[in-house]
Design a protein around this ligand. Structure first.
Ligand SMILES: [Zn+2]
Length: 1013
C-alpha cells in the first residue's frame, strides 16, 4: 500500500515540474523555492529529512534550513531540530531562543513582552522583518492607526490610498493556546529563524514587505504543565500518563472561548497586542484535524456582524492556501469543513471583530512529540467536494510532519498576503470606515444603557468589558429621547379578521414609539471604528432550527445585556448621536455611602458585589430584610441588606472598593430580617475535567469569595464536613458527565496510578490548583455518604447541570425527577425564566423575568411522591380524556345507569407539585411531607416566550419546567440548577443566584409558603 502512495506522489512531482512557473498564480510572482546562492545548513537539513515520515509531508519551502554564520538555529536551545521526536521546549526555552535570535540579528528581530499570565508567566511577541521596517515600526504604526481609525483622516479615501500605498502591514501569528496541541512553538521558532536569515527571493520578499509578529506560546501556564507531563511520559514509557486536567489556572480548552468576555489574561494580552499594533491578520494555530484545515472559511452560518469584505478575504486566502499546498503535493489540505463562524468567542475572532482578518489552522498533532502510527476515521480520510486530496487512512506521523505543514502554510500565507498587501490594507481601511458609517448604513445608531438602571454595578461591569474591547463609551450630559420604528411592518389584508383586542394591539405595534433617557445614560455610539464588536455583543442572535447547519460548533447566543441582567437599548434613530455627551475613559463601579443616618442599607439588585462586601467586612453584622419596604422615598427590594457594627468611614471605604452603593437611613425599617452570614465554602471538582468549574473559580476569585478547593476524592477523607463547611459548591463537570463517572472516576482495577503533583520531574503541574497521587478514583461511595451526612446535618449542597443530574440520581432528589429530552435542541442559548417564589432568599434582587444561559437542560419535573415520576394527567387541562362518547370537553356515559359525579382533579402547572390524590395517600410512606417538598425559585418561561437569543428547537419539552429548585433535605438543602449560572465570565446577571444561596445559607426557608420547616 505504501508503494502505491509513493508512486502517486512521484507522479504529482513530475506534473509539477512539467508545469513549471505557470502553475503559480500571478505571472510575476516569485516561485516558492530555495535561493540559488542560499547556503544551507546541511546537518540540520539532513535531520529535517530524517524526521519527516514521507517525502510528501514537506515542501520546497521547509525541506532545508538556510545557513547563517552568526545566527543560531533552534538547535542551540532544543538540542535537535524543530519537530524532532522527544522534544517539547518549555515556554522559557522558546523565549530564550527568540531572544538569542534577537541578539544575533537585532536589526531583523525584536522581542516584546506583552504581559503576564494568571500564574505570573511572561507572554511575548516577536517581530521579524527587514532592517528598514523594524527601524520604522513607530512611524508605520502611526500610519496604520490612521487606517484603523478613519475619523483621523476624516474618512478621506484619497488620503487613505496614499497610506495604503506606503504602509507595511502586520501579520500576527499565535501558537499553542491549546496546550495538548504541542507543535506550534518549535514551528514558530524555526519560522522566525527562516524569516530572519533566508535570502531566497521568496522569503526576502516577505521580510521586506510584511512585519511578521509571533506569539509562540499563548497559554504559557498550560504549556509548562504539558511539557512536564510529556517529560513524565518519557521517563515512564510503559505507563499511561495523566491527561492535562489543568491548562491555565482557570480553564482548559475554553481559553479559546474568551474573546467576548475577556476575562483571561491571555485574551487581554493578545487583544491589546493585536489592536495596539494595528495588525491586519490574527492567525491562530491549532492541531486537531488531519493534516491542515484552514478552517476560517469553514461552513455556515457565518457571524452576522462581520463585514462581507472579511468573508471574501477568508475565501481568497483559504482557497489560495489550499491551492499552494496541493501543488506541493501535500495531501490533506482543505478549507471548508464543519466549523461554523457564528460565535465571536474564539481568540482569532478578535481580528474579525476589530476590522482585521481572523484565521485559524487545524493541523495534525500527536498530542506530544512522539512519532506515531495514526489511523483516521472514515469521515476524516473520505474524499469530499472540498477535500479532493484527502489525508491518508493510516500513516506514520511525526511532530516534524506537523511543523512542516504549519510552516509551509504560514510561509505561503505570508507570501500571498504580501503579494496582495495593498488590497488587504485598503480592505482594513474600508472595514474600519464601514464600521464608522454603521449608523447611516445598516444601523443601529447606538446602544443606550439607561442612567436609571437599578443594576448600576452590573451595568458598570458590562461597560468595563466594552472598554477592554477598545469600544468608546460616552455619557449623555442631558436627558434625551429617541424614536423607535413600528414593531410590525404593515401587511395589508393579511390580518383583517382578528378580534378588536388584537387589532388594537396591531395598531399600537404599527405606530412609532419614543423613550426618554435621563442624563447620565451611557451611549455606545456606532460611528466608531470598533462599533462591530459592540454591536455583535449587545445585539440578539437568532439561529433558525431549520438552518442546514445541524451541529453548531459552539454557543448560539451571547447577548451581553441579557446575560448581565442590565438594560441595553438598541437605537436606530440617528438623532441620538447629536445628544450632548462626553467620552468616558474608564468606568468604575459605583460605590460608597450616600445620605445621612445611622442605619446603612444596601438595596438588593442581585449585584455580585454584595458578596464582595460581605466577605470584606467579616466582623460587621449584616441582615437581609424579608419584605420590601420604602424609606426616604426609595423603594428597597426584598433582600436589602442592613449593615451594623461598622462606622460610616470604614463602610464608605469598603463599599467604595467593593463597588456597592450604600444608603444611610434615619431609622431601621420595621420588617422581618435574618442574618446574612459569610458561609464557609468547600468548592468541589472532579479529576475528570476542571474547565467548567474553572469559570466558577474565576468568578468567585474576582468577586472575593473565599473557598477551600478540593477534589471529589478529598470529600470521603474529611471526618465531619459539616463541622468545617456551611456550603458545598459542586459546579458542572462538563461534557454531561454521568453520575457513575463522578462516583467511580477512571478504572483503577488495571493500569497505573496517574499522579498530578509537583515533583522534580514535573515542577509546574500543580500551580495554584490541586494535587493528587492518582487522578483515577472518583467521589466513591464513602464520599457520597459524606455528602448525604453533610446535608442531613444542615449543610447546603449547590449543583448545576450535570452535577444536578448526579444529585437527583444519587438520593438527593426528594420530589425532583429528570425528563429525557426527545427533540429538544438548545445549544448554548439564552432562555427566559420566570420568578416563581420571590420570597426565597435565592431570588433576592431579581425581577419577574430572568434571562439565563441554557445548554440542553437538564429538564426537571416535580412530584410529591418520593421515587415516583410525575403522573400523567387526564382531564380538560391537558386536553386529554378517556375514549368514549362526545367531544373532548364532554363527559362519557355508562349505558344503563345515571351519570356519576367525577372527582374534581386540581390542575397543576408544570412547575408546580401535583397534589397527592386520596388514592395515593393510602398507606403510602413515599408521600413527601409539605415541609420537605421542593421549592421552585425560577421556572422556564412558556414556550412562546422561552427564546431570548440563539437556537431553540423542541422548547416545549423544557418550557415551564423548574430552572432553579431548592430541595429541603434533612436539616439542610440541595439547590439544583438546570441552567449554568456562572459561565465564561458572560452570565454575570445570574451569579447572584449562587451568591444569594451562599450568603443566606442558614435562612433558605425564609418566606417559604409550604409548611414551615
Ligand atoms: Zn485547538
Amino acid at each position: 500500500m505504501r508503494w502505491a502512495r509513493v508512486a502517486k506522489c512521484v507522479c504529482a512531482a513530475v506534473v509539477l515540474a512539467a508545469l513549471g512557473g505557470a502553475a503559480w498564480a500571478g505571472d510575476n510572482e516569485t516561485q516558492p523555492a530555495r535561493g540559488a546562492n542560499q547556503p544551507v545548513d546541511e546537518a540540520y537539513t539532513a535531520k529535517i529529512k530524517k524526521y519527516t515520515t514521507e517525502p510528501y509531508f514537506t515542501s520546497p519551502l521547509v525541506d532545508y534550513l538556510p545557513a547563517s554564520k552568526n545566527v543560531p538555529t533552534p538547535e542551540v536551545v532544543l538540542g535537535d531540530v524543530s519537530g524532532a521526536p522527544g522534544i517539547l521546549p518549555y515556554a522559557e526555552d522558546v523565549y530564550k531562543y527568540m531572544r538569542l535570535l534577537e541578539k544575533a540579528s537585532p536589526s531583523r528581530v525584536k522581542v516584546f513582552s506583552i504581559g503576564h499570565t494568571e500564574e505570573g508567566r511572561e507572554m511575548i511577541a516577536v517581530a521579524v522583518s527587514s532592517e528598514a521596517n523594524l527601524k520604522n515600526l513607530e512611524s508605520n504604526r502611526a500610519e496604520l492607526a490612521k487606517l484603523a481609525d478613519p475619523r483621523t483622516i476624516k474618512l478621506n479615501d484619497a488620503e487613505a490610498d496614499k497610506i495604503v500605498a506606503r504602509a507595511t502591514p502586520i501579520y500576527y501569528i499565535t501558537g499553542t493556546i491549546h496546550s495538548p496541541e504541542t507543535g506550534a512553538p518549535t514551528a514558530l521558532m524555526e519560522l522566525a529563524y527562516r524569516l530572519a536569515v533566508d535570502e531566497s527571493p521568496y522569503v526576502k520578499e516577505i521580510r521586506d514587505g510584511v512585519v511578521t509578529l509571533i506569539t509562540p506560546v499563548v497559554e504559557v501556564d498550560g504549556r509548562d504543565r504539558m511539557v512536564d507531563i510529556y517529560k513524565w511520559h518519557l521517563s515512564h514509557p510503559n505507563s499511561f500518563y495523566p491527561s492535562l486536567v489543568y491548562w491555565g489556572k482557570y480553564v482548559a480548552h475554553d481559553n479559546n472561548r474568551d474573546a467576548m468576555g475577556v476575562t483571561l489574561k491571555l485574551t487581554e494580552n493578545v487583544l491589546n497586542t493585536y489592536t495596539g499594533w494595528k495588525a491586519q491578520v490574527l492567525h491562530d494555530l491549532h492541531e486537531s484535524v488531519p493534516y491542515l484545515y484552514d478552517n476560517t472559511v469553514g461552513d455556515g452560518p457565518y457571524n452576522a456582524w462581520i463585514d462581507p469584505i472579511l468573508a471574501d478575504e477568508w475565501q481568497m486566502i483559504g482557497a489560495r492556501n489550499v491551492a499552494d499546498l496541493t501543488k506541493f503535493g501535500m495531501p490533506g489540505v482543505f478549507t471548508h469543513g464543519d466549523f461554523d463562524t457564528w460565535s465571536p468567542g474564539y481568540l482569532m475572532f478578535i481580528a474579525a471583530m476589530h476590522n482585521g482578518i481572523s484565521r485559524l489552522y487545524e493541523t495534525f498533532g500527536n498530542g506530544d512529540a512522539d512519532t506515531k502510527e495514526r489511523t483516521l476515521e472514515p469521515e476524516e480520510y473520505a474524499r469530499t467536494w472540498y477535500k479532493q486530496n484527502p489525508p491518508l487512512p493510516k500513516t506514520l506521523w511525526s511532530q516534524r510532519d506537523n511543523n512542516n505543514y504549519e510552516e509551509t502554510g504560514l510561509l505561503t500565507s505570508l507570501h500571498y498576503f504580501n503579494e496582495n498587501k495593498r488590497m488587504f490594507l485598503k480592505n482594513f481601511y474600508l472595514k474600519a470606515k464601514r464600521s464608522t458609517l454603521k449608523p447611516t448604513a445598516e444601523g443601529p445608531a447606538a446602544y443606550v444603557l439607561p442612567g436609571d438602571d437599578p443594576r448600576s454595578e452590573l451595568q458598570a461591569e458590562l461597560l468595563q468589558v466594552m472598554d477592554k474591547q477598545k469600544v468608546e463609551i460616552s455619557r449623555a450630559t442631558t436627558a434625551f429621547s429617541v424614536t423607535f420604528p413600528p414593531k410590525k411592518k404593515e401587511e395589508t389584508g393579511k390580518h383583517g379578521h382578528g378580534d378588536a383586542k388584537e387589532s388594537e394591539k396591531e395598531k399600537k405595534d404599527n405606530e412609532p414609539t419614543t423613550r426618554e433617557f435621563p442624563a447620565g445614560s451611557y451611549v455606545i455610539r456606532m460611528d466608531q471604528p470598533y462599533s462591530r464588536i459592540a454591536d455583535a455583543l449587545l445585539d440578539h442572535q437568532y439561529w433558525s432550527p431549520d438552518d442546514p447547519q445541524k451541529t453548531p460548533y459552539d454557543d448560539t447566543a451571547w447577548t451581553f445585556g441579557e446575560l448581565f441582567g442590565v438594560q441595553v437599548v438598541r437605537v436606530t434613530d440617528a438623532k441620538v448621536l447629536s445628544t450632548a455627551m462626553e467620552r468616558v475613559n474608564s468606568v468604575k463601579l459605583p460605590g460608597g455611602v450616600k445620605g445621612d443616618g445611622t442605619v446603612f442599607a444596601i438595596n438588593n439588585n442581585a449585584q455580585p458585589t454584595l458578596a464582595t462586601l460581605r466577605y470584606k467586612l467579616k466582623d460587621a453584622t449584616m441582615d437581609a430584610v424579608e419584605e420590601p419596604f420604602e424609606a426616604g422615598g426609595t423603594k428597597f427590594n426584598r433582600g436589602t441588606v442592613l449593615v451594623k457594627g461598622v462606622n460610616k468611614g470604614d463602610l464608605d471605604k469598603a463599599a467604595g472598593e467593593a463597588g456597592v452603593e450604600v444608603v444611610a437611613l434615619g431609622s431601621a425599617p420595621s420588617v422581618k430580617t435574618h442574618p446574612l452570614r459569610a458561609a464557609r465554602i468547600a468548592f468541589v471538582h472532579t479529576w475528570l475535567s476542571t474547565q467548567t468549574e474553572g469559570w466558577w473559580r474565576l468568578a468567585l476569585d474576582n468577586i472575593g469569595v473565599p473557598y477551600d478547593y478540593m477534589s471529589t476524592q478529598a470529600i470521603g477523607k474529611i471526618d465531619d464536613l459539616r463541622a468545617k463547611y456551611d456550603v458545598i459548591l459542586f459546579p458542572p463537570v462538563g461534557y454531561n458527565a454521568p453520575a457513575s463517572a463522578i462516583i467511580n472516576g477512571l478504572p483503577t482495577s488495571w493500569g497505573n496510578p496517574l499522579p498530578w503533583k509537583n515533583t522534580p520531574e514535573t515542577p509546574n503541574l500543580v500551580g495554584k490548583n490541586d494535587s493528587t497521587d492518582d487522578m483515577r478514583p472518583g467521589l466513591g461511595w464513602d464520599g457520597l455518604a459524606k455528602l448525604h451526612e453533610f446535608v442531613a446535618k444542615g449543610g447546603v449542597l449547590l449543583t448545576a447541570t450535570d452535577t444536578s443530574s448526579f444529585a437527583i440520581g444519587s438520593g438527593f432528589e426528594n420530589g425532583v425527577t429528570l425528563n429525557q429530552a426527545q427533540k429538544m435542541n438548545i445549544v448554548g442559548s439564552i432562555l427566559s425564566t420566570r420568578l416563581v417564589d420571590g420570597a426565597s432568599p435565592i431570588a433576592y434582587g431579581y425581577g419577574e423575568k430572568v434571562s439565563v444561559y441554557c445548554d440542553n437542560g437538564p429538564i426537571f419535573s416535580l412530584t410529591a411522591i418520593a421515587g415516583e415520576r410525575r403522573r400523567r394527567r387526564l382531564g380538560s387541562h391537558t386536553k386529554e380524556r378517556p375514549t368514549g362518547r362526545g367531544t373532548i370537553d364532554d363527559p362519557d356515559f355508562a349505558v344503563g345507569r345515571p351519570a356519576t359525579e367525577t372527582p374534581e382533579e386540581k390542575s397543576t402547572e408544570t412547575w408546580e407539585i401535583p397534589e397527592v390524590t386520596d388514592e395515593q395517600k393510602l398507606n403510602n410512606p413515599r408521600v413527601i411531607p409539605d415541609a420537605d417538598l421542593p421549592r421552585v425559585i425560577l421556572r422556564y418561561a412558556d414556550s412562546k416566550d422561552l427564546l431570548v437569543s440563539g437556537l431553540l428547537e423542541g422548547g416545549d419539552e423544557i418550557a415551564q419546567h423548574p430552572a432553579v429548585v431548592d430541595v429541603p433535605s434533612g436539616a439542610g438543602h440541595v439547590i439544583l440548577f438546570s441552567i449554568n449560572p456562572v459561565y465564561r465570565g458572560e452570565t454575570r446577571g445570574t451569579y447572584s443566584l449562587v451568591l444569594n444561596t451562599i450568603l443566606n445559607w442558614d435562612s433558605l426557608n425564609a418566606g417559604r409558603k409550604a409548611a414551615e420547616k
